[in-house]
Structure formats: structure tokens, C-alpha cells
Design a protein around this ligand. Structure first.
Ligand SMILES: [Zn+2]
Length: 205
């Protein structure tokens, strides 16, 4: 059983306000008599389900080409949390034991990737601290950010940086039951870029 936890990459997909939406430039088209179809992609690197690179949130951070693939591949736990829109998840709201070193949070607060709602839920630095103490290396969420929309200081991103953890954002977890899976969400080996889209899937263990 495989759950695809990636939104469809189409020109309907919303990106962060002010960021670059997807566009496709068709250079040649087999339906117009060309020998091949060939197109270019233009978009933010934070497109749909994506991995943030440390250089996105720290001047000392690396790109994704230098990071261990271990962050994005291996046993993973999906946790559903009841959190109000626009709020950060607190440690007390996580009522089941952490079993894997990769944890994905389903908040249900960003239900449609083709509609950008700014009141999505996020993580608190306290939760990240707690997960780090329990050996977690990767944190994923079903919203556009692990920090709140209005946040400029990005305390959760900064806590992830401090503990050398990894971030997956923009996941689609509505159909996934809580439990443990194998995560496969490898970023492209992009030099200098601050993120990469991922095809994120969960496979039953
Ligand atoms: Zn981010």
C-alpha cells in the first residue's frame, strides 16, 4: 500500500503570496508538427510538497545537495493533531508516543493546495525541541510552513536549524491513517537552491 502525499503540480497550485507560481514554457510541441514536445519549468523551489534547505532560514545553512538522504528516506510516523487554525501545536497536544525518527503532522488546517489560506496551523519551537530530545531528525507538516503565516522570526525553522533537523512542507495527509510508514521524499540534488520539490510517498511497513 502506497499513499501519495504530494499535491498535484499544476498551474492551479497556490504558492506563498509573492512567490513564483508554476508556469510551463513549451519550446516545441508534437501536436503542432514538431518532432518532440519540449518544455521548460519556471516556479519557486518551494513548490507543492517540498524540502526546505538550511540556507533558506540561515546564512550559515547548506543547500540540499550536501544533506544526508537519511532525512528523507526511512521509517516515519504520521500523527494527527487537533489544533485550531492559526495556532502553533504545543507539546501537550501530542498525546501519543513518538516511535520513529521522522514525524509528519496532519493538522487539517490547509485543506486545499489550490486555495491559499493564511490561517494554517504550525509547530511551536517547544514541540521541535521535544522531538529532537526523542531522536527525531525530520519534521513534516500538511501546511505551507512549520511557522505561522505572519511569523518573520521563524522560531520553529530556527529551532530546526539549531538541531540540524530537516523540514518537509506542503504534504497532503488527509487520507493517511495515523501510524508508522516508510517515508520516501527525496529532494533533487540542487546546488545552492534553498528548497526542492519532492514526490513524497508513504509505504506501509
Ligand atoms: Zn519552510
Amino acid at each position: 500500500m502506497i499513499y501519495d502525499i504530494t499535491p498535484l503540480i499544476s498551474n492551479q497550485l497556490k504558492v506563498w503570496p509573492g512567490d513564483t507560481p508554476l508556469s510551463r514554457e513549451i519550446l516545441s510541441d508534437i501536436n503542432q508538427g514538431d518532432n518532440i514536445t519540449l518544455s521548460s519549468i519556471h516556479a519557486t523551489a518551494h513548490l507543492g510538497a517540498h524540502a526546505d534547505a538550511p540556507n533558506h532560514y540561515s546564512a550559515q545553512g547548506s543547500d540540499l545537495s550536501e544533506r544526508s538522504l537519511d532525512y528523507y528516506l526511512g521509517p516515519c510516523q504520521v500523527i494527527k493533531v487537533k489544533v485550531a487554525r492559526g495556532q502553533r501545536i504545543l507539546p501537550i497536544q501530542i498525546q501519543i508516543p513518538i516511535q520513529e525518527k521522522r514525524v509528519l503532522f496532519a493538522t487539517g488546517s490547509y485543506p486545499n493546495p489550490n486555495e491559499f489560506n493564511t490561517d494554517f496551523a504550525a509547530l511551536s519551537p517547544e514541540v521541535i525541541e521535544m522531538l529532537h530530545r526523542q531522536g527525531v531528525i525530520t519534521i513534516g507538516i500538511d501546511t505551507p510552513s512549520i511557522d505561522l503565516f505572519e511569523s518573520k522570526e521563524l522560531p520553529s525553522h530556527q529551532t530546526v536549524f539549531r538541531y540540524e533537523m530537516a523540514i518537509l512542507e506542503g504534504l497532503i495527509l488527509a487520507e493517511v491513517p495515523e501510524g508508522c510508514y516508510e517515508l520516501i521524499a527525496l529532494p533533487l540534488k540542487l546546488q545552492d537552491f534553498d528548497a526542492s520539490p519532492v514526490r513524497a510517498v508513504l509505504r506501509s511497513l
